[in-house]
Design a protein around this ligand. Structure first.
Ligand SMILES: [Fe+2]
Ligand SMILES: [Fe+2]
Length: 134
């Protein structure tokens, strides 16, 4: 079973960011798939590390993009990114300390990330670039 399905509602219309979001979704689904079929801890660990690395790169690229388009709420968005990175780190530490199974709380967090962050928070800079007609 796939953890997250890509849907049109996740498309921001910013090609570079959409491509990175798709990569993140694929990395999240990979962790879920490996965990689901009982892959060994090292394999799952590698997949989580990959997600963490992609996340860091994405947040940095996204902050550069927001700066480039003069998005006024960049500072707050960057703080939300920092908080999310901290939470990913905490979940990763819990995984490392555990048996090798990924906690449901970790997956819930990833689903939240996609739903609330991309659709809600990220959408704001996309709307800033192409304001909705009123
Ligand atoms: Fe994003
Ligand atoms: Fe973001």
């Amino acid at each position: 079973m796939v953890l997250l399905e890509w849907s049109k509602s996740l498309d921001l219309g910013v090609a570079a960011m959409d491509a990175e979001h798709k990569e993140l979704v694929a990395a999240m689904n990979k962790i879920h798939e490996l965990d689901g079929r009982g892959a060994d801890k090292t394999t799952v660990d590698t997949a989580i590390q990959r997600l963490v690395a992609l996340t860091k790169k994405h947040f940095s690229d996204e902050e550069k993009h927001m700066a480039a388009i003069g998005f006024p709420d960049l500072k707050r968005h960057a703080m939300i990114h920092q908080d999310m990175l901290k939470k990913v780190g905490t979940h990763y530490e819990a995984f490392q300390a555990g048996s090798g199974k990924v906690d449901k709380a970790f997956f819930d967090f990833l689903v939240y990330w996609l739903g609330a962050h991309i659709k809600g928070i990220d959408r704001r800079y996309a709307d800033h670039k192409a304001p909705a007609k009123v």
